[in-house]
Ligand binder design. Structure first.
Ligand code: HEC
Length: 184
């Protein structure tokens, strides 16, 4: 552990970190997050219109991870979504993501616009980027305080560990996460 820390300190000492073009990385990350957000929104709206919320739940379950994988491959980075109260346990935040999500909550409580909360840094040979995802009215059908019984039933079936309900409009639902491996 100690040796690893020393190694990352050497590789990411300020002189080296300066050479990494953080502005360009942040622009790439933002584009990837936007691509994922846009694709998910289109998919969600189409599914809601075609079959209603219960049907859309199934579409989300299958398509959301697949879309994230496709965009990650296209852009040679890893883009995903996370939340302090995840629906899919695979979207649970790791240690640094938890810290950023809590920081987003604090910044929002201090008056910052949730739609503009962004974070980026270089650490452990990674470029790390997160962008907050606020809860819009359309999200409440599946993440709100009062769900239709059929939606609740389908959620219990698909996501027995679901924690992603009880949100109100404007709450932070979670965040996009973009990670670029800088070690190669
Ligand atoms: C049709 C129901 C439905 C609607 C409407 C919906 N979601 Fe979700 N949401 C889901 C499902 C299902 C998942 C789990 C996807 C998976 O398995 O990766 C999910 C997962 C997420 C996640 C990933 C973290 C987690 O909890 O697993 C975020 C962030 C999220 N939704 C945000 C939103 C936002 C923001 C909106 C409104 C724009 C929204 N959702 C609308 C069903 C929905």
């Amino acid at each position: 552990m100690k040796r690893y820390l020393l190694l990352s300190w050497v590789l990411l000492s300020p002189a080296h970190a300066d050479e990494i073009n953080q502005t360009a990385l942040a622009a790439d990350a933002q584009a990837a997050a936007q691509a994922l957000g846009g694709a998910l929104k289109a998919e969600l709206e189409a599914a809601l219109q075609a079959g209603g919320p219960v049907e859309a739940l199934g579409v989300c379950q299958i398509k959301a991870p697949a879309i994230a994988e496709r965009i990650s491959a296209e852009k040679a980075l890893k883009v995903s979504r996370t939340s302090l109260k995840p629906r899919n346990p695979q979207n649970a935040p790791n240690a640094w993501q938890t810290k950023v999500l809590r920081d987003f909550e604090a910044r929002k409580a201090a008056g910052e616009d949730p739609a503009k909360l962004v974070y980026s840094e270089v650490a452990d040979q990674e470029f790390r980027y997160m962008k907050a995802i606020p809860t819009a009215p359309v999200c409440l059908t599946c993440h709100g305080e009062q769900l239709a019984p059929a939606v609740s039933a389908k959620l219990a079936e698909l996501y027995p560990q679901d924690r992603a309900t009880g949100y109100r409009e404007g709450d932070l639902r979670g965040a996009f996460v973009v990670v670029k491996d800088l070690s190669r």
